[in-house]
Write a protein that binds this ligand. Structure first.
Ligand code: CA
Length: 229
């Protein structure tokens, strides 16, 4: 069963989300506070995707996201943001979320995002061309979906892993933001290109020696990004 955690303190929104996810074939675990959500994750380690509202009584959705990421990089996280809180999207992604949905959202939009994240979090088997890609100082293990830099593990989210893999498979090639979005988020993803930039920014902090003057992920102005020289 594909399990989704739904953290939302407003009951009518939560039941709207839950009903629609169940209709789409998901099992849902509900939480009304961040504390309940973290507890639910302990009891259900098989939860693959978490939907996190931001404004909550007690700890907020960003803090929940941070605490989940401190324990688990594999779970998919979607933030539920309010239309008026544009900055929430960036903040949410910087704390480790994979995606965000702006309220009010349609059931179709929500389930499309959850479906896409399930595919990316490794729900579907894929044929692997090689076990690893080694481009010093990086070693990408495709079987385990892990990255090492100088032999040290770099903790990546599934989205970050997808971006690094795309880069390493296309060393030295300029990739447009659209190409990156299609390859990592999927062609059916209907979010904004900005999500690419935010994830790259986060990734640079994790892998660059000096994120403000990157050596590995280079910006191709007005186009996109390039891995290596
Ligand atoms: Ca709320």
């Amino acid at each position: 069963m594909r399990k989704v955690l739904v953290l939302e303190d407003e009951e009518n929104i939560r039941s709207f989300v839950v009903i629609n996810l169940r209709r789409a074939g998901y099992e849902t675990i509900e939480a009304g506070t961040g504390e309940e959500a973290l507890e639910a994750l302990e009891h259900h380690p098989d939860i693959k995707v978490a939907l996190l509202d931001i404004m909550l009584p007690g700890i907020d959705g960003f803090e929940v996201c941070r605490r989940i990421r401190a324990m688990d990089n594999r779970i998919g996280i979607i933030m539920l943001t309010a239309r008026t809180q544009e900055m929430d999207k960036v903040t949410g992604l910087m704390t480790g979320a994979d995606d965000y949905v702006t309220k009010p959202f349609s059931p179709a939009e929500l389930t499309a995002r959850v479906d896409a994240l399930f595919r990316r979090t490794g729900g579907e088997a894929e044929v692997l061309p090689a076990d690893e890609i080694y481009q010093p100082p990086f070693r990408l293990n495709i079987r385990n979906r892990t990255l090492e830099k100088n032999g040290q593990r770099v903790k990546l989210t599934q989205v970050e892993y997808g971006i690094v893999r795309l880069f390493m498979e296309n060393q030295g090639k300029a990739l447009s933001r659209e190409e990156i979005l299609d390859a990592v988020w999927g062609k059916d993803y209907f979010g904004e290109l900005k999500i690419v930039d935010v994830n790259i920014r986060r990734l640079r902090i994790k892998i660059e020696d000096n994120p403000t003057s990157p050596m590995y992920i280079n910006t191709v102005w007005g186009f996109g990004y390039k891995w290596g020289g």
